[in-house]
Design a protein around this ligand. Structure first.
Ligand code: NAP
Length: 246
């Protein structure tokens, strides 16, 4: 069976992608942040994946750290034999207006959202090159396409991911490795639960479909981009925002 690594898969969009790919027939490497709470959540996700008859194993790794990613990719390769798909999903926010944004809030968001993508791309493309096959999806955001007040750090990280996606698509296309990005809009997850009702209502007014997206609606597009149906799609950014901007 093909193997997929999903980073930050203990909750939200990542957990949903893991379950969808298990349903698609992938063995799943469930990455979670190294904490007891994340491990418990990730174990529940893995259990739901196994219900589809596939293997699912947990890998604790802080993806902002290269050494953690290196150990994880090595372990996944040893456990499953291949890495066929990678979904760079882990992400955080530290929202505040630029005038109040502390250097540590900028650095933390860049480390988790952007550096992690470098770490995983570097390590996993090495495996995929030898296989002469691979599928990668990076989770960006509409903030990376259009910007957002209070998210200079987050927008920077998510815009960078788009550039990285296109560069990797060009560098590795001849090796039968595709690399695409998705740019979700406002999706119902623990990340957006913390926004004020007033802000949520204002944001939804700008959405053509006038509602939140659900994590399943991201997972279905990721599933497509990783599938053979998308074999001639690479270097693209698919916005999944209910028509936030047209
Ligand atoms: P979420 O519920 O907060 O999930 C993010 C996951 O990433 C959590 O499991 C989190 O673990 C994990 N994570 C954070 N830092 C990590 C690290 N250093 N190493 C490993 N795992 C780490 O957020 P979400 O809404 O599902 O977001 C998933 C992705 O979609 C993110 O990249 C986000 O930027 C993007 N996105 C979300 C939305 C939205 O509206 N929700 C919109 C656009 C883009 P912890 O629980 O320990 O933090």
């Amino acid at each position: 069976m093909p193997t997929a690594i999903i980073t930050g898969a203990s909750q939200g969009i990542g957990a949903c992608i893991a379950k969808r790919l298990a349903k698609d027939g992938y063995d799943i490497a469930v990455n979670h942040y190294p904490s007891d709470g994340d491990r418990a959540n990730a174990e529940a996700v893995a259990e739901e994946c196994r219900a589809f008859g596939v293997r699912a194993e947990l890998y604790a790794a802080d993806v902002s750290k290269y050494a953690d990613c290196e150990a994880m990719v090595k372990a996944v390769k040893a456990d499953f034999g291949s890495v066929d798909a990678l979904v760079n999903n882990a992400g955080i926010t530290r929202d505040t207006l630029l005038a109040r944004m502390k250097e540590e809030d900028y650095d933390a968001v860049i480390a988790v959202n952007q550096k992690s993508v470098y770490n995983m791309l570097r390590l996993v493309t090495a495996v995929m090159m030898k296989q002469r096959h691979g599928r990668i999806v990076n989770v960006s955001s509409v903030a990376g396409l259009y910007g957002n007040p209070g998210q200079v750090n987050y927008s920077a990280s998510k815009a960078a991911i788009i550039g990285m996606t296109k560069s990797v698509a060009k560098e590795f296309g001849s090796r039968n490795i595709t690399c695409n990005a998705v740019a979700p809009g406002l999706i119902r997850t623990p990340m957006t639960d913390v926004l004020s009702d007033e802000l949520k209502a204002k944001m939804i007014e700008a959405v053509a479909l006038r509602r939140y997206g659900e994590p399943e609606e991201i997972a279905s597009v990721v599933s497509f981009l990783l599938s053979e149906d998308a074999s001639y799609v690479t270097g693209q950014v698919i916005e999944i925002s209910g028509g936030l901007s047209m």
